[in-house]
Design a binder for this molecule. Structure first.
Ligand SMILES: *[C@@H]1O[C@H](CO)[C@@H](O)[C@H](O)[C@H]1NC(C)=O
Ligand SMILES: *[C@@H]1O[C@H](CO)[C@@H](O)[C@H](O)[C@H]1NC(C)=O
Ligand SMILES: *[C@@H]1O[C@H](CO)[C@@H](O)[C@H](O)[C@H]1NC(C)=O
Length: 170
């Protein structure tokens, strides 16, 4: 029984690191605007995209997908977002299916590049949190956060070690 336990202990680091790797590459993709996509919002719902964005929880590494027809997506700075200034975007895409990676925490600003659309509310602010598995702040900020992946594997590891120790002792 002791030998089987030490044999498994050799494998364990691989199991743990692959588990962690698995969690750390896990990222979510969000479809902007849900089923409506990237559209000019209805006149009585001009805050549509910011409402949509604030209902979601974005983390660094997540991607957002814009689906649209005869339109475009621009990533811009804050001032250009506010004034719907489409003259010097950071990113411009009009292929109808734009995938944007939220590659860092912080704030991203998007507008439509189609004439007049941004003014009608086709614009969005996305706030991205740091990857919570790397951040301790999330726990102390009072938000409910699920047990972090590292916490889970530590528990599994502890349980495994205890099982092994127990089998030695018996
Ligand atoms: C906007 O108007 C439509 C149709 O009149 C209505 O169904 C919808 O609930 C309204 N949306 C908001 C946010 O008021
Ligand atoms: C848009 O931004 C450019 C560059 O900063 C500036 O020259 C231009 O006046 C702006 N246009 C509007 C309508 O604010
Ligand atoms: C995020 O992506 C942009 C555009 O590709 C790039 O300029 C920037 O350096 C990237 N930032 C990080 C933190 O990777």
């Amino acid at each position: 029984m002791a030998s089987s336990c030490s044999g498994s202990l050799l494998v364990l680091p691989f199991v743990i690191s692959s588990t962690l790797l698995c969690f750390s590459v896990a990222s979510n993709e969000f479809e902007v605007g849900g089923s409506k996509g990237w559209i000019v919002p209805p006149a009585n719902d001009t805050n549509f995209f910011n409402d949509w964005a604030s209902q979601n929880r974005f983390q660094a590494g997540d991607t957002i997908r814009f689906k649209y027809k005869k339109d475009s997506v621009m990533e811009v700075g804050e001032g250009d977002y506010t004034h719907c200034n489409a003259t010097h975007p950071t990113l411009f895409s009009n292929n109808g299916n734009t995938v944007f990676k939220l590659n860092h925490s912080g704030t991203f600003y998007f507008i439509s590049g189609a004439s007049g659309h941004c003014e009608k509310g086709q614009k969005m602010i996305v706030r991205v949190m740091a990857d919570e598995s790397l951040s301790q702040h999330a726990k102390s900020s009072g938000h409910h956060v699920p047990v972090s992946p590292i916490g889970v594997s530590q528990m599994l590891y502890l349980q495994f070690v205890l099982t092994c120790v127990a089998s030695y002792v018996v």
